[in-house]
Design a protein around this ligand. Sequence first.
Ligand code: ADP
Ligand code: MG
Length: 451
Amino acid sequence: MTGEELWQAVLAQIQLSISPANFATWFKNTGIASVKGGEVYVSVPNSFTKEWLEKKYDKAILKILHSLDDAIKEVKYIITRPSALKIDKRKGEQSWLAQDQLEFDELKVDRETNLNPRYTFENFVVGPFNELPHAASLAVSKNPGFVYNPLFIYGGVGLGKTHLLQAVGNEVVKNVSSKKVKYVSAEKFISGVISSIKNQKMEAFKTQYHQVDVLVLDDVQFLAGKEKTQEEFFHIFNSLYEKNRQIVISSDRSPKTIPALAERLRSRFEGGMLADISSPDFETRVAILKAKAAERQLVLVDEIFEYIASNIQKNIREMEGALNRLVAYQKLQNQPPDAQVAKRLLKNVVLAPTRIATPNKIISAVANFYDLKEKDLVEASRKREIVWPRQIAMFLLRNELKCSFPFIGRRFNGKDHTTAIYAYEKIVREYQQNEKLGEEIELIKRLVYET
Ligand code: ADP
Ligand code: MG
């Protein structure tokens, strides 16, 4: 086995035993740098990952490697930047990028447009639940700026909004390569406004938006309550609209139900085409699963598709997650799972308890993420490395569960409620300014809700 195959086998096996969030956090950008004698050198992107793998996964990794090649006796972790790995790869040495295997999306994203080529109309399955938004998107992509403007697509999580928006962008670029398309999530847009204000680069920020032919703004509900950002967006919107440039927007709810949205923006949104995506029916769920499996060369009996489709009903992303597990199995065993094995592999996906947060789950996720003991997190320690995670935990208790500040204080060894307020407000401020923190909190939330 080459180092590449070895690591692929390790990843496939590990993926089965840990949550997708943990897997993505700790195994992204990892690979085998070299195999020398009985020693395997695993490349990792940073010291955080290195420590974590050494502490938590070293035994499991060694065990899998040893079972594949009993000459392997030891695993060492080295920090390597992905670019360095790539160069080695070109030289034909036994180095590779885990990204190639895991197909992490962000790698393929176009730097100019922010579009990910994997989202197209060709691989978008149409059923009664998304027929209207699909037809409207297609029409817009054929004739941007002149049919429905803006096009506003809304619907629940994991139902294909981002896919459709990106498909519009990709289709426009494909048809007329000179058209400038820009995809941006509302969160990115917000942080762009904030940092342009801070660095006095507002004009440059606006200019990049005034130049586009098609502006795609994803998850606009995040603009709720962000007055300054709403104002900037309003001006960009008007300027584009007047020039017949296309605007495509998504949201998890209708314009009417987005709280704290300026009336003038709401009426702009409602002035175009509103199209909602509801939940896919059983037949369409099966059709989507079949299409995704075919894409990934996974051959399954119908019973398995039906099993997944009847157990996961509200979220296409979760159905894909279930398929990923089966793909991992197929890679490892060189054969697809039969119905019985598949059901066993999917047990925790399908029987996942309702995804609700509890104070204990939040505290344990924060401790887990920062690699601390829960006890240290909630007790009186004033150690610097504990203070920050504790403030994050307090923030999440408030934000996710709306716990009262006195309750939060009590939960942390009887601290005063003002401490909880201070922590909450501090993280809120940081959150708005620091993109990294946003990502960190997102990962912790996934630990809370997905494990
Ligand atoms: P949302 O933005 O609404 O939360 P996404 O667009 O990210 O959802 O979709 C979640 C996943 O499901 C993506 O991988 C997407 O490709 C897939 N998906 C959603 N709808 C469809 C569809 N109709 N056909 C094929 N794949 C879909
Ligand atoms: Mg989305």
